[in-house]
Design a protein around this ligand. Sequence first.
Ligand code: TRP
Length: 368
Amino acid sequence: MEEKKIILTGDRPTGRLHLGHYVGSLRRRVELQESGEYDEIYILVADDQALTDNADNPGKIRDNIINVALDYLSAGLNPEKTTICIQSALPALHALTFYYMNMVTTARLSRNPTVKAEMQLRGFADEGLPAGFFTYPVSQTADITAFDATVVPVGEDQLPMLEQAREIVTRFNHTYGETLVMPKAMIPENEMQRRLPGVDGKAKMSKSLGNCIYLSDDAATVKKQVNGRMFTDPQHLRIEDPGHIEGNVVFTYLDAFSTQEDFAEFLPDYNNLEEMKEHYRRGGLGDGTCKKFLIKVLEKTLQPIREERAKWEKDIDAVYDILRQGTERAREKTDATLARVREAMRIDYFKDRTIVREWEKMLKEAKQ
Ligand code: TRP
């Protein structure tokens, strides 16, 4: 097999994407897309995986496929360079999942820390654990290997999935011969990209906490979230008081988004973020000024995304066609992998009549 550089990653379509997704993965994907270093790039809208913990609410998944697609396109994923496709319309993934189930033990699946944590979060510990949810790492292995992915850009929480995928690949190749491409995780480079806190300072942006800034939020909502809800330093009561940077969400977001040019453009009192932080620590810099600057910085990212989204929203037919064509291309790719897998397992019975001759020979020998 020739070693191409192939990227596969994906998202569960359970809601609109927010700044956490942007900082943690979306921005990176666009960079990777523009780097020109990859032969093929696929982004999977993982609706089947989303169903493993939303089986009773398929409408939510159905609705959010378009939200996620709009977020992708408006953030800069270009369907000419990146194939966007829908998991449930790729039957090879289901077949591969079934074969890979035999390449992993339930004991091993039970040890997956991400699945364990998600189980707790969803109350499956008490209610009973859906087998589909329990085995979704196997299905994710199918996603990854079906595209011959060499590189899988994901958040840190997905490392156990990649570890499991690599084990399954090793086991499969050992059992049936070199067939599957070994994938590698690519995780965010620094702490800041790994986890952007919610505006309230809670560990993670989450819809149920209402602490998100969505890529599709309008300017007034962004302003309200920053001015009204963003956590700063509770001890910084008067402007003259010295302030803390650690745990101060305004500065965490500035770390993630602000550039030197932003200072020249919006806050020329400082040359860079370090100078601004220094003043805040010393005292004399008010939260209001910091938040005003942050809003401008965020808008520099969000406004173009918002404008792009508005354009796409006027032509949902076009988005549909992008998904349809992307899925078609993905179907060819994944079907080819399944064919290779079936051949390796020697279960490609109806490809030609090779097996008829084998059966005849075996039956004859049995009589002797
Ligand atoms: N489990 C991933 C998440 O929750 C989404 C996903 C599904 C994925 N299939 C994938 C990620 C394949 C990488 C590769 O974020």
